[in-house]
Design a protein around this ligand. Structure first.
Ligand code: DHB
Length: 390
């Protein structure tokens, strides 16, 4: 008799516990943030995590009757790890949104999981054009490499740069950079006289730069992923290539705000094209940079941080628009077409392509208050991904 009573009581308690956790589940909106927090791409992960936490601190965690929970996972920059983590986040944690993705192969590895589980996948970093076509559940808040490369290929020949050697990391975004830069430069009457590719993992730039020095083009156009630019800059200067009259140009990944101030005065006057500079002169950006630096011991936000910050904006607004009720399809629909002011400038998620439309800026490295910045001097407004017209 006693035993039965005990069992009943336990059953009631367990049922009650189940009910509470089910309620907690129903009231929680989970964002699974997959980032490279260790390994070669660790600075990307650090910047994006800091930006998402800043967005949450500024905007609260209670939206449309839900409590937003951020689950941060380190994939070390390895696609197999990202895939396993994404599976766990979807199946065990039942996340409402997958976000992050520090490298193109990672975004592509996770895409089938987003499709199968109908979970929106918000790309905050990766930038190869094709990514958005890998799943109808992908939305991008970072940028596309063809946007940056085409902007540079329009600027260069108008500024005395006709013969160029390209040097890119040998994977998705590097191949995009090489192709879109070359096609556009050729169209504009310039010429790519050599195309060099360096491995993504542990690259040694020395032999490639020596070759460029021997060829002696008007300029060297570079794409390397965030975090690798300082090594290129250092070796470029050590070989005296600037003194030999070879200009250094590239997508803005080269003069990454995360590293720029440590590159030294040799980086002065380097021109790049990109969607974000920490020196972007808007009130909103000043506020963003100040708050980010304050929350992160003076760390300057780079373009990765902005991709993360804007990604959170897109998720928050989709949750609000669906009044907290949204499943994957409803959330996705509410993410498409969002238009808002970002720290980068005006920004739009094209409903058709689910890709980002924003300004591309030409910037030159200058010293302001003793610090190096990418100072914007020209703009191409509202640029769509040139890769989408394939
Ligand atoms: C990618 C990664 C980067 O760090 C970057 O600056 C641009 C593109 C990518 O893998 O897509």
């Amino acid at each position: 008799m006693k035993k039965r009573l005990f069992l009943t009581a336990t059953a009631v308690a367990v049922a009650a516990l189940g009910a509470t956790s089910a309620m907690a589940q129903a009231d929680t909106f989970k964002i699974g943030l997959i980032l490279p927090l260790t390994g070669q791409q660790a600075s990307t992960g650090k910047q994006i995590e800091a930006a998402t936490r800043l967005y949450m601190a500024q905007n609260g965690v209670n939206v449309a009757g839900k409590k937003i929970e951020l689950i941060v996972k380190d994939d070390g920059g390895i696609p197999d790890a990202s895939k396993r983590i994404a599976q766990e986040l979807v199946v065990n944690d039942k996340v409402n949104v997958l976000a992050g993705f520090g490298l193109t192969p990672i975004a592509l590895a996770v895409a089938p999981i987003a499709t199968q589980s109908k979970t929106p996948q918000v790309i905050m970093a990766a930038a190869t054009s094709i990514i958005t076509e890998a799943s109808p559940y992908i939305i991008r808040t970072s940028f596309t490499i063809p946007q940056s490369a085409v902007a540079m290929a329009d600027w260069a020949p108008k500024n005395g740069i006709k013969k160029v050697v390209t040097l890119v990391s040998d994977y998705g975004p590097g191949i995009d950079a090489e192709k879109f830069f070359k096609d556009r430069l050729t169209f504009n009457g310039g010429q790519v006289i050599e195309s060099l590719r360096v491995p993504l993992r542990g690259p040694d730039f020395a032999p490639f730069l020596q070759k460029v020095r021997d060829i002696k083009p008007d300029a060297l156009f570079v794409f390397v992923p965030s975090g690798a630019g300082a090594a290129v800059m250092k070796q470029f200067l050590e070989r005296g290539m600037d003194k030999a009259g070879i200009k250094l140009i590239g997508t803005g990944d080269l003069t990454d705000d995360d590293q720029l101030n440590d590159m030294g005065d040799g980086a002065l006057n380097v021109v790049t094209s990109h969607h974000y500079s920490a020196a972007h002169p808007s009130a909103l950006n000043k506020k963003f940079v100040d708050a980010f630096e304050k929350a992160n011991k003076g760390l300057r936000p780079n373009f990765m941080a902005v991709g993360g910050y804007d990604g959170m904006r897109v998720i928050y607004e989709a949750l609000r628009a669906t009044k907290g009720a949204g499943g994957g399809d409803a959330l996705l629909a509410a993410m498409k077409g969002q238009i808002f002011e970002s720290p980068r400038g005006p920004m739009f998620i094209d409903a058709q392509t689910r890709d980002v439309v924003h300004n591309m800026y030409l910037r030159k490295v200058e010293k302001k208050d003793g610090k190096l910045y990418n100072v914007e001097f020209d703009v191409i407004k509202d640029m769509k991904d040139p890769g989408k017209t394939r």
